[in-house]
Design a binder for this molecule. Structure first.
Ligand code: PMP
Length: 428
């Protein structure tokens, strides 16, 4: 695999951007090689600047559920672009997109559009605090909710593999209201409520944790979070930046039949353009400026090009509900290949999968929480990643991330991927 042009670009990039990248996980630090510079993508494939082709299972970390550069989405984006890039004034598309989101996720009675998942979560938490008049929030170790100061505590994603769970530059005072519980551990949540009676504004959770690899909620865990928040007049915030429109049209909340008070979205709702959203009960969302006292704003919020891509993406998903079953079937074929490989090699690999999210952990333990997730041998993962890359399969360049399957992954792509998995020497 010739990566000369990528390597040259990387040499320039590290001199001008920290780590040569604009988001840490892209640096490939966890897999011990230079990052690839991507020139273009179409459908299930991405192409680097050296002309190498890969079947892509990163899918821009989730937005690409339809695959890259879907013709209909691109057409809408082109139309929107020719009408002007931003107005700083309301548009019809914002109304259409927020109505569509609310129709598909009925718990989001009112929606505010922002420009990223980070912003969505930060704003949802401010709203929860404004509404309840309380300061403390509970988050789970290993869940990632963007990089806002108060949430960079025991965060997941690149914050796990870069071994900086607590970021420098975050004053202690900014995180003292962030309480940490353990995912799938009810007692840890109960304890925090008991110790902080009447002070907790909200629990924020990734209903399916997808930033410490993929970790599913154990039976009754999400129900418990709903109950304990109701009992304590606290809000339940589902961070569905990854799971929204990925587990189904109604996200994880539909999948598990739980109604949160607030939901945060990103990724898929922008169809590949920068966007985020938060929303929930009308009574709560009416706390947000200009109707309420919780201030939140954005120059490019509800951007016309991003909303055009988002509307078309959601429309396609809405009109093809069978996509979700197909995604699940494709994912299961990949899981079967990984399991088969592990068996052949007499090696323990645990694979977690739900719908189009997959993660392989190189461990004996069943991965049900943060502790078991980090028991995975990340060196084995790095080896696996590099071998797969050489075979033309582009996986997440770090252990604690999901593998994303898209509608654009063809039968042939899945077959090729399974063959690649079965021919790896990962665990020798
Ligand atoms: N929440 C979750 C669950 C996420 O996975 C992410 C990003 N991967 C975010 C929030 C932050 O989104 P963004 O990167 O768009 O700021």
């Amino acid at each position: 695999m010739n990566t000369q042009i990528s390597d040259n670009l990387y040499q320039r990039a590290v001199n001008i951007m920290p780590g040569g990248v604009n988001s840490p996980v892209r640096a490939f630090g966890a897999v011990g090689r230079n990052p690839l510079f991507i020139e273009k993508a179409k459908g299930s494939k991405i192409y680097d600047v050296d002309g190498n082709e890969y079947i892509d299972y990163v899918c821009s970390w989730g937005p690409g559920i339809l695959g890259h550069a879907h013709d209909e989405v691109i057409e809408e984006v082109m139309k929107a672009v020719s009408d002007g890039l931003t107005f700083g004034a309301p548009t019809k598309k914002e109304v259409i997109l927020t109505e569509l989101v609310s129709e598909l996720m009925p718990s989001m009675e009112m929606v505010r559009l922002v420009s990223s998942g980070t912003e969505a979560v930060m704003s949802a938490i401010r709203t929860a605090r404004g509404y309840t008049g309380r300061d403390k929030i509970i988050k789970f170790k290993g869940c990632y909710h963007g990089h806002s100061d108060g949430l960079l505590v025991k965060a997941g994603s690149a914050a796990l593999t870069t071994a900086v769970p607590d970021s420098a530059g975050v004053p202690r005072s900014y995180t003292e209201n962030t309480l940490i519980a353990y995912y799938n551990d009810k007692d840890s949540v109960r304890e925090l409520f008991e110790m902080n009676k009447g002070q907790i504004a909200a629990i924020i959770v990734e209903p399916v944790a997808a930033n410490m690899g993929v970790v599913l909620p154990q039976e009754g865990f999400l129900e418990f979070l709903r109950e304990i928040t109701l009992e304590n007049d606290a809000l339940l915030i589902f961070d569905e930046v990854i799971t929204g429109f990925r587990l189904g049209l109604d996200g994880a909340q539909g999948y598990y039949h739980i109604t949160p008070d607030l939901t945060t979205l990103g990724k898929i709702i922008g169809g590949g353009m920068p966007i985020g959203a938060y929303g929930g009960k009308k009574e709560i969302m009416q706390m947000v400026s200009p109707v309420g006292p919780v201030y939140q704003a954005g120059t490019l919020s509800g951007n016309p090009v991003a909303t055009a891509a988002g509307i078309k993406t959601l429309d396609i998903l809405k009109n093809n509900p069978l996509f979700y079953q197909e995604l699940d079937k494709k994912a299961k074929r990949i899981v079967a290949a990984i399991t088969e490989r592990a068996k052949l090699m007499d090696k323990e690999i645990k694979v977690n999968q739900i719908g189009s999210l997959i993660c392989s952990f190189f461990t004996k333990e069943n991965v049900v929480d943060y502790q078991s997730a980090v028991s995975s041998d990340t060196k084995e993962y790095a080896k696996y990643f590099n071998e797969m890359l050489e075979k033309g399969i582009y996986l997440a360049p770090a252990q604690f991330e999901a593998m994303f399957v898209s509608v654009a992954h063809s039968d042939q792509d899945i077959r090729k991927t399974c063959e690649a998995i079965l021919s790896t020497t990962i665990d020798k």
